[in-house]
Design a protein around this ligand. Structure first.
Ligand SMILES: CC(C)(COP(=O)(O)OP(=O)(O)OC[C@H]1O[C@@H](n2cnc3c(N)ncnc32)[C@H](O)[C@@H]1OP(=O)(O)O)[C@@H](O)C(=O)NCCC(=O)NCCS
Length: 151
């Protein structure tokens, strides 16, 4: 039988779990970054854009995003997914799909009908994950410029 997945808003107590999941996913431990990220979420981001997933009474995944109004010349408001991660020991159990479902349905409940994200071309797994979740390639162009030191 599949275990239940519980989705809720993130809280400060989740900090160690978030740092741990990222550390075991990327090999980078960013306690200070997550502390600031959490403060930012509490200060200016709608609560529904920062969610965690629990299974076995522990935090096993997260999704962080934001709502952007009239940005990049776009009409209306767009919900952005900035980062999503699932504990390596809990993958392929539908946890990210459940986080995504909560995020997108909350966006819809708040009158937002478009969700954006960026995926690295070097990350086919994320590409497949977002494609499975119903995302298609958008019309925006991603520009970048390497900035050289001037001194
Ligand atoms: C991508 C990721 C979020 C998926 O989490 P998950 O909980 O295992 O995903 P789900 O079980 O909800 O999968 C939903 C669908 O996405 C697709 N999918 C998930 N993981 C996939 C993978 N590794 N490769 C290809 N497709 C994948 C599958 O189609 C799956 O549907 P299916 O099980 O019916 O086939 C997870 O692998 C992850 O956290 N990866 C690292 C992401 C990262 O670097 N985040 C930033 C720092 S933490």
């Amino acid at each position: 039988m599949t275990k239940p997945i519980y989705i809720r808003d993130v809280s400060k107590d989740d900090l160690p779990a978030l740092v741990n999941i990222e550390d075991r996913t990327t090999g980078v431990s960013r306690l200070e970054y997550w502390k600031k990220r959490m403060e930012l979420s509490e200060a200016i981001r709608p609560h529904w854009t920062s969610l965690v997933a629990e299974m076995d009474n522990r935090v096993v995944g997260f999704i962080f995003g934001r709502a952007g109004e009239l940005e990049f010349g776009l009409p209306g408001t767009v919900a952005w997914i900035e980062v999503i991660g699932v504990d390596p020991a809990y993958r392929h159990k539908g946890i990210a799909a459940e986080l995504m479902e909560h995020f997108t349905s909350s966006a819809h409940d708040h009158g937002i009908h478009t969700v954006f994200t960026l995926v690295s071309k070097d990350n086919p797994e994320m590409e497949k994950f977002f494609a499975k979740a119903g995302f298609t390639q958008g019309e925006m162009l991603h520009f970048k410029k390497e900035v050289a030191a001037t001194l």
